[in-house]
Design a protein around this ligand. Structure first.
Ligand code: ADP
Length: 217
């Protein structure tokens, strides 16, 4: 963890410098030939990807140190995530639905947001046009249950546990195309565990996947 954290930290500065210079160059040279514009766009896209990956690695190396004493109202948190992900959902022609009971838990507001965000983002990314995502928050046996169901491509049975391993992706080319590094679900599992909870996935009725996180209340 320490090595990952240090490495990620060291990568941040040169990456930020490269990104800033690229942005500046693109802004100062709006009339470059199409070939150069395409090349610049690719450089910007890939440095942005590296930056996101570095940020996630840094977060993952430091999770234990994040304070977990916020009182988190889960329904407004889900609202916020739906608002933040609506542009992506619209782009992919996915409808978002939610049904949330008034429940609160104690933990890290930022981490629980990140956990649910990653699940809903995946549910949109690995869905198909015209599909939907249903977020449900309820209580059962003294636990808060956060459920994200999608109508997407589903996850083959043999990969149901591997998907939570860092850098694991079922379809590498598809995930890469979507900008993923295979760290999203590893983070989800770590955040759930840090809060004394669990996460599991199962096939949805018909097609798609349901992710269920159970957290102590
Ligand atoms: P990525 O950055 O590739 O999205 P994740 O750790 O979030 O990484 O997910 C790991 C892999 O699990 C993904 O590459 C994808 O193959 C699969 N996956 C995750 N969520 C879903 C989902 N809702 N439906 C189908 N496959 C999924």
């Amino acid at each position: 963890r320490q090595f990952t954290g240090n490495a990620a930290h060291e990568l941040r500065t040169p990456l930020a410098l490269m990104q800033a210079r690229l942005e500046l160059f693109s802004a100062e040279h709006p009339d470059v030939p199409p070939e150069t514009a395409e090349f610049l766009a690719l450089l910007r896209e890939q440095t942005e990807r590296l930056t996101q990956m570095t940020k996630t690695l840094l977060e993952m190396s430091n999770l234990q140190a994040v304070p977990r004493d916020d009182c988190i109202e889960l329904a407004p948190l889900a609202d916020e995530i739906v608002t933040d992900l609506t542009p992506l959902a619209q782009k992919k022609q996915i409808t978002l639905h939610q049904e949330c009971e008034d429940i609160h838990i104690i933990g890290s507001d930022a981490l629980i947001y990140r956990m649910l965000f990653n699940l809903v983002e995946n549910a949109i990314k690995y869905n198909q046009p015209g599909g939907s995502v249903q977020i449900t928050i309820s209580r059962s046996n003294g636990k808060a249950i956060l459920r994200v169901a999608d109508t997407g491509c589903g996850i083959p049975d043999e990969y149901r546990t591997s998907i939570f391993e860092p850098f694991f992706r079922v379809d590498k080319s598809r995930s890469r195309e979507m900008g993923g590094a295979g760290l999203g679900l590893a983070l989800v599992r770590e955040i759930a565990a840090l809060h004394g909870g669990t996460v599991q996935d199962e096939p949805a009725e018909g097609a798609g996947t349901v992710f269920t996180v159970a957290l102590p209340m």
